[in-house]
Structure formats: C-alpha cells, structure tokens
Design a binder for this molecule. Sequence first.
Ligand SMILES: [Zn+2]
Length: 133
Amino acid sequence: MVCPYCRIKLEDDATFCHWCGGRIDPEEERRKEAEKLAKAKHQKYVVLNRYYQQVFLIFDANGGGFILSWNWAAFLFGTLWYFVKGMWAKGLLMVLLTMLFGVGVAPFLWLYAGLCGNWDYYLFKVKKTQFWG
Ligand SMILES: [Zn+2]
C-alpha cells in the first residue's frame, strides 16, 4: 500500500509511515484500495452507454466468451446498425449476402443481428476484430 499522506510505498501491514510519520490504519487502507478497484472495473466501459456496459460485463464474466443475448436495435436496423456501430466488414458481408441470395435472406440476417449483435460489438470494441475471433 501507499502512505495516504505522502504517497510513499509501505509494507502492507504498516501502522505508521516511516517517511512522514503519519499513522495508518491498514484495514482502512485495504478497504479504500478495494473500493478503488471496484470503481475501476465499473468504469471500464464508461464510454459506452449503460446498456452496452451491462452487456459487456456479462461477456467479461463469461471469460470473454460468447453468450446468446438479444439486441432490439441490431434486430430492427440490421445491416444499418452494423455500419452505424463501425462494424463495416460484417455490414458489407450482409449486403453481399443479400445481393447473392436476394431479400429472402434478410429475415435471417435480422435474426442474426438481434441474437449476435451484442457479441459482434463486444468483439469489435474489446477484442478489436471485425470478424469472429
Ligand atoms: Zn507518509
């Protein structure tokens, strides 16, 4: 831990600072440290809106593995949602599939977007990939 008065590094169970002489309650310092850690975890995805913060933490809790989830925005806006979120590779792939197989493929793409959109966005934002791994 560090001294709360002068920030010098101390033994974890120190009860006073050997540098500035300040009295230290190691219990209190441990509690503050844990609090800071919890806060940092919570702020990890603070640039995202609340919805994606929650979703990303669920993926994190699963060790960064895939979990089926549902995203209404992705379902309703499909390909457009992918482009808006910056995932142009998958957006283009969807456009390509629609051109190859006709608009009949669209409902499947919407369904895919609804079920896997959150995961794709997690891959894109956290794992920095436009693809699947
Ligand atoms: Zn000190």
